[in-house]
Write a protein that binds this ligand. Sequence first.
Ligand code: SF4
Length: 501
Amino acid sequence: MTNDATLSSPRLASIDRRQILLRTVDVEKLIDDDHSARSIWELVGRLDLSRYHAQIESVEGRAGRDHTDPQLLISLWLYAYSRGISSARELARQCEFEPGFQWLCGLEAISHRTLSGFRSENKAGLDDLFVQVLGMLSAEGLIRLERVTLEGTKIKANAGGNTFRRKEKLEAHLALAREQVRILNAEGEQEESTAKRQAAARRRAARQRASRLEAAVREVERLQQEKKHDRKEFVARASSTDPDAHVMRNGEGGTVPSYNVQLLTDTTHGMVVSVEATTAAIDYRQLKPALQRCVTTLGQKPKQIVADGDYTNHASVQAAADCGVDFYGSWQDSWKPTERDACGRSGDFLASAFPYDPKRDCFTCPAGKGLTRRTRLHRGNGVHTQLYHAGKTVCAQCPLRSHCAPPNAKPAWRRAITRIEEPATTTAFKTKMATEEAQQIYARRSQIAEFPHAWIKERCGLRQFRCRGRLKVSMEATWACLSYNLARWFSLRRKFELAYA
Ligand code: SF4
């Protein structure tokens, strides 16, 4: 019996986890021929990286360590964002085992400090890269600037809501931070050589904290100065962690410290042509700067621009007209016709029911009396508010007074109505937007404008910035948009190759 049972039991290979192996790795074979890491490397190799090379101090014929190749660092970041990695530490970790990163690095380790410093150090170099890629896309007919969309999205800043402080509190923290810097500097002079690196890191961190607090104090003073005419009781606060971040309302209805990232997207193939992180909580005044950025970076303005109701106002319409750009937007009138006004009037006694005679510049009331212009006020952006009054004694004797006057009107009361005189550009804009063609152009806006925002948040992992300060945050957004443009380009190339295979 025993012998039969031994014979029928399966014979399994044992696993030995105590062994140490030496393996040969063919780096070229780590990834397929059509892997996206190869495409990114090849494309970055075609770009002019002289702006990055100009900053490298390590040169041939001199002592010192070799500098990491900017082509490698750029490729690593673009590939990282395409895989939803926005953390330098995570990128450095992935370089140890992920085949795409291993192939790019040639199996060499790379420090997260090198990666994180490179991402936010050379704004001019990154802007140049972005424009060079746009130039390549334009040469292939993928960008035409016939029509662009403008859209903003709020992305969380690297700062908590509880880091916002008043000026007095910030100044107290700043005094402590300066004292800390002074103590660490004094200690540094007697430091043993073994602990020098840690001491230098502590000094650097203390200096950065003091510098952030100085920036926060400046920001509080700026905000207080800016708002003192609007609201006397306003008390400015700034974040001690990221002084440029502002508390903004996000899509979920909450308020968190954020940046408002503005993207201009070309409608030909959905490529992002301009990216900027702003500190404006609303999009109201963002159309003009977006057009100026487009002209500055690309040397060309778009023929048409489409933006939603948040951007559509007198100033934007005028700015687009001044630039010679055809603007399509959704005008939202602040005044809406109602059946009954605030004083309880209705029907023919509503101000909107009073017929206006442009020749006489006069309104006529239901009693047949004229309301003539008395005051003309300038409201900015070419908008004027006109005030029209009935005659001094007319309303006192009117038999219809009970329908026209508010319930608590004094005997000397007389009817007054206002008329807003729009600039000609706004009237022309509204007439254009009433046409079917303009409505069709506007209807296609959301799909094109919102797609890159969804991509950089979902695919590039940019739901919260890793960097602090508007400049660095703008650079982070630019890396994500550059990665988005490349992914879109490679996808279009694949589609094109399949169509003509
Ligand atoms: S109260 Fe004055 S404005 Fe109103 S209907 Fe009479 S006259 Fe006209």
